[in-house]
Design a protein around this ligand. Structure first.
Ligand SMILES: O=P(O)(O)O[C@H]1O[C@H](CO)[C@@H](O)[C@H]1O
Ligand SMILES: O=c1cc[nH]c(=O)[nH]1
Length: 235
């Protein structure tokens, strides 16, 4: 057991999907994995291991925001030897042509968090996706005809902001969407020499206010899970 994960060593696969929402972890385990076994209920942050096309895969909720995600990702890598991590999250779009239900692949992630800056006060350490995971996920999504965008995202520390001015300025510089965890997952992957990718479904549109029904969101979540699972099981 680690401090926040109640699994024995060996109960977590070296390939893992990381939704923010623990109930999304349950949904993935019950709908996409064969023989899913619950390994963690500590703090309700559900984690499961099963197989996908015969390959062991785990799925672990990370909670919302960089501090929470950092705890789970650090323990997964250090204590459970996880080597490939794919975030399966949601984001808000800040581009007119990135629509609700589209998929966003974070090629890189900017952040307002001080966590990385504290480690490298004199450098802007770049938070980038693992290239092999990125290209595989992109090609899979395109082959399946899913609407997918590749580029920068913002991993913001603050969900409820007094002003969105900086977010819109980042949009002017091409940032596709806003979420809260990709940057720390990329940073910790670089620090520990493992592979990571962040894939998000657009759940809301910050500029147009476009929204979607729960049923429609579910369908697009399923597209994201298929891309993530088929990517993570490849060599
Ligand atoms: O849907 P998840 O994966 O939690 O991701 C997004 O949703 C949460 C905010 O509502 C943040 O965690 C953000 O990154
Ligand atoms: O962090 C997030 C996630 C979805 N939508 C947002 O606006 N922000």
């Amino acid at each position: 057991m680690s401090v926040h994960i109640g699994a024995e060593k060996g109960e977590i696969a070296d390939k893992i999907l990381l939704p923010g929402d623990p109930l999304r972890a349950k949904y993935i385990a019950e709908n996409f994995l064969d023989n899913p076994q619950l390994y963690n209920e500590v703090r309700g942050m559900l984690g499961y291991t099963g197989t996908y096309q015969g390959v062991p895969v785990s799925v672990q909720g990370t909670g919302m925001g960089i501090p929470s995600a950092a705890i789970y990702v650090t323990e997964l890598i250090r204590e459970y030897d996880v080597k490939k991590l794919i975030r399966v999250g949601t984001c808000g779009s800040i581009q007119k042509d990135v629509h609700v239900r589209d998929l966003v692949l974070a090629q890189a992630a900017a952040t307002s968090s001080a966590v990385i800056r504290n480690d490298f006060p004199k450098h802007d350490f770049p938070q980038i996706a693992d290239f092999n995971l990125l290209i595989k996920a992109y090609e899979l999504a395109v082959a399946k005809g899913f609407n997918i965008h590749v580029g920068n995202v913002l991993s913001d520390d603050v969900f409820y902001k007094d002003s969105m001015d900086d977010v819109f300025r980042l949009g002017d510089h091409g940032v596709l969407g806003i979420e809260m965890e990709a940057a720390i997952i990329y940073y910790l992957a670089a620090k520990h020499h493992v592979q990571a990718l962040a894939l998000m479904t657009v759940s809301d549109h910050i500029i147009t206010g476009e929204e979607t029904s729960a049923e429609e969101r579910q369908k697009t979540f399923d597209e994201m899970m298929i891309v993530a699972l088929e990517t993570i099981i490849q060599d």
